[in-house]
Design a protein around this ligand. Structure first.
Ligand code: F6P
Length: 549
């Protein structure tokens, strides 16, 4: 029993019903499910905004989905959803509201936190960002020497990097190609070095992105970037024209030496991994322009509204969340692959890794009790078709159950020339062929019928029954990107709600940060660090020797 009197998840009748159902189902064969229901291919599809979602190739029956929806009802997923949209403090361990949805609310919406409508503040920052982005893009905002800004370097890590970096790649075709936009995150000095080595400091704007403005990687890289700039321009006053900050922490921004007039604000109710549609998206907005950025926000809003209003039977984030619970908790899947068939989505899965794994990588419930059920999966994947020639072998014929999302588009981006556009059908032929092969495989008899010698039949047999979701949209536009991201945000939300975990804190990353600060003097000065375990102490000694200290 939980503190609030709720039965713990694994002791609910809905959980027990699913466990029993799983036993009764036994080995699910997709060939059989499709044979039994000829309408499955066309009927098992849903729409969220412009996203066409096919879930027919899943190891589930109508009964499975009904039982999963009952679990969602019993765990009051929609109740928590409504509390989130209302601005209640559902991030309990940090006592914060979770309101990334307010970042894309229309101007006339009213969303209150502690009795204050936050929507006007959101739009004031968006307008300020748009004004600044237009000045940079139009050449009105110049560097200290009067030169036009041609390079934008975003310095940030985690949510202050992955979102804007992913979206910049995704929307390359919509960017101002005369601007060079780069993203620096790693505290490895090589990252900043490679980002700036061929840039002219007089033409370079640094966008320092950090919610807290205390993150060691970002503060270190920002300090090095300032040194690089001042070494070239030789005047401290240059910082004001070449550095802007995106943060919730005006005090730390001012301490760093950035004029708070050049700071774009956001708020503690925006989680880092949910933040690229806030001020954290400034580099992206400079690249694609304010209008495209707003189109992206409109896309987020379309799926927010879908999640908020669609009934359980046709609610796509709910469905995807429930399928993940089915595979992770009842079929033993440990990971989830996200496989976009778009080169422009090359950073999409890396972005989702933080969104999903930092949110749902938890092992205590909201009351602090150890969970007795699986929580978030390992999320991984890279764009097709590259992965097909690398790790798809394991998905097809390995021993692990790996549910996968295939994301594809009907049209290539407009900018490609006709010859390259023609390649798109080949890309998508692979896309469809893979989900078919994964689902239906190839039986030994089919292999034999091809004249394969008997001793090779087991090697050439594909079991099939590898579950996939297919997400198809007409084209990768700013709006569609916003829709996709919101879809995954809400999917992650659904799973956290069912597992009764706090999807909005990230205490797990704190320990490493604290220890790194403690270990550093051991590396630099050979200081005796109390509490260093014998293995780490020996490694530090080896490092110092190799480093020549
Ligand atoms: O890695 C932990 C984390 O706190 C993330 O949640 C966050 O996105 C990242 O660090 C960066 O934090 P900040 O934006 O405060 O620099």
């Amino acid at each position: 029993m939980n503190a609030d009197g709720r039965t713990r998840l694994h002791q609910t009748p809905e959980w027990a019903a699913l466990a029993k159902h799983r036993e009764q189902l036994g080995q699910v064969r997709l060939r059989e499910l499709f044979a039994a229901d000829p309408g499955r291919g066309t009927g098992w599809t849903l729409r969220a905004g412009d996203l066409h979602v096919d879930y027919s190739k899943h190891l589930v029956t109508d009964e499975t989905l009904r039982l999963l929806r009952e679990l969602a009802a019993a765990t009051d997923v929609f109740g928590l959803r409504d509390a989130m949209f209302r601005g209640e403090r559902i991030n309990i361990t940090e006592d914060r509201a979770v309101l990334h949805t307010a970042l894309r609310a229309p101007r006339d919406a009213v969303i209150e936190v502690d009795g204050e409508n936050v929507v006007p503040k959101v739009h004031a920052v968006l307008d300020k960002m748009a004004g600044f982005a237009d000045r940079v893009r139009g050449g009105a905002w110049t560097g200290h020497t009067g030169k036009r800004i041609k390079n934008v370097v975003n310095v940030g890590i985690g949510g202050s990097d992955l979102g804007p970096a992913m979206a910049y790649e995704a929307l390359r075709a919509f960017t101002d190609r005369s601007l060079t936009v780069r993203f620096v995150s790693n505290v490895d000095g090589a990252d900043l070095h490679e980002a700036v080595r061929d840039l002219d400091p007089a033409e370079t704007l640094f966008v320092i992105a950090s919610k807290t403005f205390t993150t060691i990687e970002t503060v270190t890289n920002a300090t090095s970037a300032r040194t690089w700039l001042l070494d070239a321009l030789g005047d401290d006053a240059a910082v004001a024209r070449h550095f802007v900050a995106l943060s919730t922490n005006a005090e730390k921004v001012a301490d760093f030496g950035i004029d708070t007039a050049n700071m774009f604000e956001f708020w503690d109710w925006v989680g880092g991994r949910y933040s690229f549609d806030s001020a954290i998206g400034l580099s992206l907005m400079i690249a694609i322009g304010p209008d495209r950025f707003r189109e992206m926000l409109d896309g987020f809003r379309i799926v927010d509204e879908h999640f908020r209003t669609a009934p359980a039977e046709s609610n796509v984030p709910l469905l995807l969340g429930l399928l993940g619970v089915w595979y992770g908790d009842f079929l033993g899947a440990q990971s989830h692959a996200v496989l976009p068939y778009s080169h422009y989505l090359s950073k999409f899965t890396a972005y989702l890794q933080q969104l999903d794994m930092e949110s749902n990588g938890k092992s205590v419930d909201r009351e602090g009790n150890a969970v007795h059920w699986q929580t978030g999966p390992v999320v991984w994947g890279t764009p097709g078709t590259n992965g097909q020639h690398a790790y798809y072998q394991l998905i097809h014929q390995g021993t692990k159950l790996i549910p996968a999302d295939f994301i594809g588009f009907a049209r290539p981006v407009d900018e490609l020339d006709d010859g390259l556009k023609a390649q798109h059908d080949l890309l998508m032929a692979n896309f469809f062929a893979q989900t078919q092969a994964l689902a239906f495989g190839k039986t030994p008899d089919e292999v034999r019928a091809e004249g394969v010698p008997e001793e090779l039949v087991p090697h050439k047999t594909f079991r099939g029954d590898h579950p996939t979701t297919t997400i198809l949209a007409a084209e990768l536009t700013p709006s569609v990107l916003g829709q996709l991201v919101a879809l995954y945000e809400h999917k992650v939300f659904v799973q956290g709600a069912i597992w009764n975990i706090d999807s909005f804190d990230q205490w797990g990353v704190e320990l490493g940060k604290v220890l790194a600060k403690r270990v550093e003097p051991a590396l630099t000065e050979g200081a005796d660090v109390p509490g260093l375990d014998p293995s780490t102490a020996a490694l530090v000694a080896a490092y110092r020797e190799l480093r020549g200290r």
